[in-house]
Design a binder for this molecule. Sequence first.
Ligand code: N01
Length: 546
Amino acid sequence: MIMIDTPESASPVASSPSLDTVDVVIVGAGFAGLYALYKMRQCGFSTRVFEAGEDVGGTWYWNRYPGCRCDVESIHYSYQFDEGLQQDWVWTERYATQPEILAYIQHVADRFDLRKDIDFNTRVTAATWQDQEACWLVETGSGNKVRARFCIMASGPLSMPNKPEFPGLGTYKGDTYHPGLWPHEGVDFTGKRVAIIGTGSSAIQAIPLIAEQAAHLTVFQRTANYAIPAANRPLEPGELDAVKTDYPALRAKGKLYPTTIPADPAGPSALEVSEEERERIFDEWWQTKGLMFQATFADLMYNDDANALVSDFVRRKIQSIVDDPDIAAILAPKNSFGCKRMCVDTDYYKTFNRDNVTLVDVSEVSIDRIARDGIVIGDTTYEADAIIFATGYDAMTGALTKMDIRGKNGLSLRDKWHEGPASYLGLAIHGFPNMFIINGPGSPSALVSMVTGAEHHVDWIADCMTHLQDTCSHSIEAGKPAEDAWVVHNREVGAASLRSACDSWYLGANIPGKPRVFMPYLGGFVAYDEKCKQVVHDGYEGFEIA
Ligand code: N01
C-alpha cells in the first residue's frame, strides 16, 4: 500500500477525511480492467475497480446479440499471464462465442478472487486531479467519491454505443435494440418483421441468424463492407493440446508480428505473382484464414494496385454467392479493401438469397425518419415490429470523454481532445498525471488482439508505478514534446496505410462532428513494443516525473 502524502490544505479532498483512499482506481472490469486489478494486487497496490455492469466481462458482458463471437482465434484472444490458466481453460471452437468468452472471463474472476475489489453497477462519472495532494478524486454516478494516487482507464475502445438521432424515433411503437446493449434474456424474433440499420461487424454476425428466425428482415446498408468467411469450426481433438505443449512459445512468436497474431503473408506483394497463382492463394486464404485474409500479401494495405486486386477478388466472390446480380452489386464494397475494419461472417452474403430478406441501399438516399410503424424513406415505409440499430460505437475516445475527466489546472479531457485525441504511446496524456489508458488512442489497440494489447499495457503501467514507488516519486506525466511527436508519428504511419483511406470509426468519421484522426497506432505491435521498452530503458524518456 502506498501512502499518499496529504499536505494540510483547504481543498475538498483534504477536508474530507472520511473519503476512501486507495492507491489505484481502475475504471472497467473487462479483459483489461481484470488483468490490471490482478497485477496491481501482485505489486502490492490497494485497488478499487468500478464497473457499470452488474458483473465482469466488459464488451462480452454487454454484447449478447445473436451470432456474437470474436473474430480473433480463441487461442490468441485469451490471457497469457498465467500458465496454469492457459493450460486449464478449454476452448471449444476456433472462434469463441460470446457466452464462452464471458464464461472464461467469469472463470478468471473466480480463479483469482477478483470480484471482491470490484464495485458493480457503478459508473464513474468524473475524475479530477488534485494538484496539491497529487491524487485523483474519482466520482461515481451514485455520488460516491474515492481518492486514488493512480487512475487506470480500462473503459474499452468500443464500449460507448453510437445511437444516431433519427427523427421520429420517439413515435415508433415497436421494440428497439443496439447490439452493445442486448437484453440478457435474449430476444425471440419468431414471426416478427425486423429491420436492422448498419452492416458492420455486429450486423454481419447477427443478420444470418436473425433472418433464420424472423418472418422478414430488412437490412439498411449505407456502406457495403468487406466480409471474409470466418472459417469457424470446432477445435479438432488434440489441436488445443498441441498448442498447450508450448503455449508460451506461441505467445512469444505472436509478439514478433504487427497484429500479435502469427500469420506470415504468402508473399511480399500481390503484384509479384502470376494472375493464376494470386487467384489460387487468395482463394486458399479466403477459404481458411478468416480475418487474417487481410494479410495474404504484405502490401495489400500499402499499395493501391495490390489493394485493387484483393478488392476485386472479394467483389467477384460476392457476385458468385449472391443470386441476384442487382443485390450483389449493392453488397459489393466500393471502398478500398481494409480501410474500414474488416468483418468476418458465416453465411452473410448467402443470407441475401433468402426470400424473407430485403436489402435497402441507403448510400445515396438516407433514412428520412422513423415513424410509428417503421422506417421511412421518401414515400416508402418499411414496416417493422423491431428495429436493431447496429450503428456502432463512439470508438476509442467515447468512453473516456463521456466521463468528466479534469487534469492539471482543471483542464478537461474533452477540451484537450477537441481537435482529436493526443497521447504519448496511447498510454498517458500531457496534463493528466498518474492517469493511464489501456488500449487508448495512439496505441495498437484494435489492430492487435486486444487481450494481448491490454496485458502489454498493464505490465508497462505496473512497472512504471513500481519505478515511481522505488524512486519515491509522486507522479508521472507525459511531456508535451513527446506527446506532440507521438501524435505526428501516428499521423505519418496512419497516412502511409490505405486503412486511413475512407470514412470509418478508426478515424472517428462515424460520429458527426468528431475530429478525423486515425486513432489506433498503425506502426504495428513490434515497433510499438520496442518504443515502449526504449522509453523505459532511457529513464522514462518523454515523461516528466515529479
Ligand atoms: O459498428 P460499425 P459494429 N444510417 O461502426 C452504419 C468490433 N466488433 O458494431 O459504414 C445508416 O462497424 C454504418 O454505416 P457507415 C470491431 O472492431 C468486433 O458493427 O458508417 N447507417 C455501419 O454500417 C468492429 O469494427 C466483432 O456508412 C448507419 C454500421 O452502422 C467494431 O466493433 C463483432 C448510420 C456500424 O458499423 C464496430 O462494429 C462486433 C446511419 N445514420 C464488433 N449510422 C468481432 O470480433 C451508422 N450506420 C467479430
